[in-house]
Design a protein around this ligand. Sequence first.
Ligand code: ADP
Length: 360
Amino acid sequence: SSYQKVLEENGSLYNQVQDLKGAIRVYCRVRPFLPGQSNGQSTVDYIGEDGNIMIVNPLKQGKDARRVFSFNKVFATNATQEQIYADTQPLVRSALDGYNACIFAYGQTGSGKTYTMSGPDLMTEETWGVNYRALRDLFHISKERADAIKYEVSVQMIEIYNEQVRDLLVSDGSNRRLDIRNNSQLNGLNVPDACLVPVSCTQDVLDLMKIGQRNRAVGATALNERSSRSHSVLTVHVRGRDLISNSVLKGCLHLVDLAGSERVEKSEAVGERLKEAQHINKSLSALGDVISALAQKSQHIPYRNSKLTQVLQDSLGGHAKTLMFVHINPELNALGETISTLKFAERVASIELGAAKSNK
Ligand code: ADP
C-alpha cells in the first residue's frame, strides 16, 4: 500500500522506531543555575556522553561523597530545546505510524519540567519545548505524506489534581470533573468526555494552550502552586487514512508534565497541603509500580491504583513507547531531592538498561 511505501522511504526513521519498541528510555536534564544563583555550588560533578551522571555531596568525604547514575542520555545545562527535541523526535513521529507513546517530565518543583515540555515563553519559537515542537513536527510530516495518507490530528488537555480529572480545554470555564473509561476501542483516549479539538497548524495549538493555561488557574491561589501539584496531560490523537487502500491507522501521544516529586515532611504539611502531597505521592508511586510490574512481565499490572496510570493505561508498556525526562536542580539545597529523583529514574530505566548497567 502507499502507506508501506512511505515507511520504506522513511526507512531509517522506521528502524529508529523499532529500536524504541517495548523500552522505557530515560533522559536526564540538568537545569542551569538561574540568574542570581550563579555563584552556587553544583552537586553535579560529571556528565558523560555515555549517559552517566556523577552527583557529589560536598559535605561528605571519600567514597560516600559520590554516586554515579546511568541513563540513556544525560543533557548538560547548556543543552538547547532543539537538542532535547532531536532525541525525542523518533518517538513523536511513531504516533503517525499508529503507535501509542508517552513522554513524561519528572522532577521536583523548579527543576525544569515545564521548561522542557512547554518552554519559558509561548511567543518565542526558538525556546519552544517538546509539546509545541512535537505538534509542529506532526503537522510537517503529515504534509509531506499528504499524497499517500490523509492525517487528522486532534488534542485533549486534562489536569489531574487531588485524584480528580478536569478538562483544560473547555471554553466556558466550567471546570467539571470527568470520568475515566478504559476501553481499548478508545485508543488511548481514556477520558472520552474531555474536549477533543482538531488542530492543523501551530497557531491552533497556541490558541488552545492559552485556554488551557487560563483554565488551569481556576481555583488556584497562585498559578505556580497549583500547577506544581497537579499533573497535566496533553494528548495528541492521530488518525491517518491510506488514500489508496482506505485503511485507517490510529496513534496517540501523551505529553505529561507531572506534579513536583518533592517529598513533603509529614510534620510540616497539614490540611489541604497534606492531602495534595498524599495524592501526588500516591500517583507517582503508582506510576513506578506500573512500570516495575511491566518490567517484571507481571500478570497483574496495577493501573487502577491512580487516575494517572488509568488515563495512560494503553500507552504504557506492551507495544507503546515511553520516554521519561528526569530533571535535576543542581543547587546544594536540592541534593536530597536530586538523589531521590535519580533513584526513582533508575528504577524506571532498569527496564531498558537491564541488570548489567544498573549500579545497585
Ligand atoms: P518545574 O516545571 O519543574 O517546576 P520550571 O520549568 O518552571 O520548573 O523551571 C523553573 C525555573 O527554571 C523557571 O524560571 C525556568 O524558566 C527555569 N529553567 C528551567 N530549566 C531551564 C533551562 N534548561 N534553561 C534555562 N532556564 C531554565
